[in-house]
Ligand binder design. Sequence first.
Ligand SMILES: Cc1cc2nc3c(=O)[nH]c(=O)nc-3n(C[C@H](O)[C@H](O)[C@H](O)COP(=O)(O)O)c2cc1C
Length: 362
Amino acid sequence: MIYRRAIRPLLFTQDPEIAHERTLEMLAIASGLPAGLSRPPYTHSRLIIEVAGMTFPNPVGLAAGCDKNGKAIPIWANFGFGFVETGTVTAQPQPGNPKPRVFRFPEQGALVNRLGFNSDGSEVVAKRISKLRRGRKLSTPLGINIGKTKLVSGDDAILDDYRTSFRRLSRLADFVVINVSSPNTPGLRQWQEKDKLGTLLKMLAEDGIALAQKRNVPPVPLFVKISPDMTEGDMAEVVEVVIEAGITGIIATNTTIAREGVVSHVEQTGGLSGKPLKDRAATVIRQLYRMTEGKIPLIGVGGIFTAQDAYERIRAGASLVQVYTGMVYEGPFVARHINTGLIKLMERDGVETLAELVGIGK
Ligand SMILES: Cc1cc2nc3c(=O)[nH]c(=O)nc-3n(C[C@H](O)[C@H](O)[C@H](O)COP(=O)(O)O)c2cc1C
């Protein structure tokens, strides 16, 4: 494989964040080229799936954090992704934590990051996506992930901060993701607790309905993204709040602060992603699927590198999956490989549609 033999060794001589930024700049330029360059998304009758009123050409999405500022949104479909989640976007522009803040652990197929929501801010990102939307129709659904500005404190101000980004971005999104699970913004994960989460989700759900009524369109679907470092009891509370607030679905999981399954030299502070997260993230999906009895859509993310990984996550209860660290190690066509592999696995098992597969192995 060219990526592994030639491109990855070159990229891996550079600092992870510099390699990422340079690659993204190139992709951003490619994204701006005439639409003729963009191919239709990868799809197949076995891979098409309807989730929350949206049609996905295939179930493999780009996870949040890779294209945080929405600079290269149209390009990802060319690599085989069936949807993109941009962000996390914060209301105010902010630089994130001091560098270096992304670390590779190649023997373990892992990354640790403590970026801390480096963001152009929701005003700039809204302008960028608005321009993009005016110029062309996106070929895959777009999720926009919003999070809290670091320097904003106090519950009311934090609620206001989320609402500001929501109002700027929600009309530009096919779905919005509420991020309360990054380990790198102090105090953020407290918003996963029942009362606070309930207040936040209800506020955004009501805002979404009001905005939709004004524009005479259906409310934008809302997903909440959760951490893998929760007990089953915490998860049950999240499910309760999500259902009560009328939130569409859950994305599980973000990076972990645990270091289980990792040899001891992974000592950088931050969120761990990639292979060591796979089993935990799969367990969370399985538990959420059981708790929700399959009634709300789940998006599975964490340690997915292969078609087999994606297949198992869907069988555990995910309607869609996402990849980030797998792309760093396997290259941008990882989405296409996962998709072609999924078709083969479905053929082997006589499964005609993805919808049949969701939660079958719970
Ligand atoms: C460098 C990096 C930056 C990330 N930034 C974000 C982010 O801004 N918002 C978010 O919700 N998740 C972020 N994530 C988490 C991923 O979206 C994903 O949930 C996690 O990495 C697990 O998936 P993976 O093992 O496929 O990487 C980031 C992950 C990495 C590796």
